[in-house]
Design a protein around this ligand. Structure first.
Ligand code: SAH
Length: 363
């Protein structure tokens, strides 16, 4: 048992079995033993790799998107450029390299990174040293003004709850003690009218998920963009809507038991984009669009060709492989989706129109 496992077991003895979101919050965010608090999990030597770590093309195209949206909204003279969960800062570094080519963008931008992990804040400080970054622990701490925001593989890392439908009631997934370790069990049946509204067609026995933390953040971002202007780009794995148990624990690029080593493995769930869209409030929602489609619309193939010019065969093959990994439906192209928020009077957001069908959404 890890030190965090012992701490969690002690808490369960004191207070009874804990809901999955409480377990995830401790595993990922505990200030001393939490997964993100204690390490840089990214890259080949870490537990998982993300799109900006695969290729500079990803951040560059996001940078072009941000610059184009800022310009299209009248190029506000001062704005907050923010990223949620920036990891190593790679996406923002690549984005700024491209966006700064648009005259006025870099001068108008005040860079803010919303990050809780001290280990990753240190890493971001190195990567973004030339750009004067500021840090916040929460979206609510961002300074006033138009907000241009990006979040890649952020929402999947937030604590989620799971429930199982049992006849007309719902059972919540709890973590309890079992021998020397931990085990899942289902709690007592409850009515949960909000789940009944969200998942009217879920059959008996179906597992559903909700992520209150993700919805609160989407709500704060949406309210801010509606009142002060700007736009948000959310990229993550998941679907518009749906049911099923998507909890996943990753260690050294392999799936592991989410209860085996609390604090030592990455825990995620798939993002349910409809919940973010509904939580975002009075903004226009654009997308979802599959990542591969989005990147193709933004010109990733032309960018790959430009990067490949003058490279040797090995260099060209590496660029082609990265292009495939980011866009191909068998790789990240279809698993990841992109959603945008903008003020309701804003021009259409680049790359997100037309969107995939959004059953159940009336705006
Ligand atoms: N966006 C990066 C990293 C993704 S990993 C990339 O694409 O490479 C998830 C990131 O979210 C990490 O930086 C992690 O420390 C951060 N994070 C997780 N939970 C958070 C929270 N509640 N508040 C702020 N940042 C969080």
């Amino acid at each position: 048992m890890t030190p965090l496992g012992a701490l969690i077991a002690g808490r369960i003895v004191e207070r009874g079995p804990m809901p999955l979101d409480e377990y995830m919050a401790l595993c990922l965010g505990h200030p001393e033993h939490g997964y993100y608090a204690t390490r840089d999990p990214l890259g080949a030597a870490g537990d998982f790799t993300t799109a900006p770590e695969i290729s500079q093309m990803f951040g560059e195209l996001v940078g072009a998107w941000l610059a184009e949206v800022w310009r299209g909204q009248g190029a506000p003279a001062r704005f907050v450029l923010a990223e949620l969960g920036p990891g190593r800062g790679t996406l923002m570094r690549d984005a700024l390299r491209v966006a700064s080519r648009l005259p006025g963008f870099a001068e108008a931008a005040e860079l803010w990174l919303v990050e809780t992990s001290p280990a990753l804040r240190a890493r971001q400080a190195e990567t973004l040293a030339g750009h004067g970054p500021n840090w916040a622990a929460r979206v609510e701490e961002l300074p006033a003004g138009p907000l241009y925001l990006v979040a890649n593989e952020f929402f999947d890392a937030l604590p989620a709850r799971q429930f199982r439908r049992a006849d007309m009631a719902w059972l919540e997934r709890l973590v309890e003690r079992a021998g020397p370790g931990l085990a899942f069990r289902w709690g007592p049946p409850r009515a949960e009218p909000e789940l009944a509204r969200r998942f009217p067609l879920a059959p008996d026995g179906a597992v559903v998920e909700c992520c209150p933390a993700a919805e609160a953040i989407a709500g704060a971002v949406g309210a801010r963009i509606a009142s002060a202007g700007g736009a948000a780009l959310v990229i993550d794995y998941g679907a518009w809507d749906g049911t099923g148990d998507t909890l996943q624990a990753l260690r050294a690029h392999d799936s592991v038991d989410p209860l085996a080593e609390p604090g030592a493995a990455d825990l995620t769930t798939h993002v349910r984009f409809r919940a973010l869209a509904e939580a975002a409030g009075p903004v226009a929602v654009a997308g979802p669009v599959a990542q591969g489609v989005f990147l193709e619309r933004l010109g990733i193939t032309a960018r790959a060709n430009a990067l490949a010019r003058g490279r040797d065969a090995g260099g060209v093959a590496a660029i082609a492989a990265a292009h495939r990994r980011l866009t191909h439906p068998d790789e990240m192209g279809n698993l990841f989706r992109v959603l945008g928020f903008a003020p309701s009077n804003s021009a259409p957001l680049p790359g997100l129109d037309p969107a995939e069908p959004r059953p159940g959404m009336d705006r």
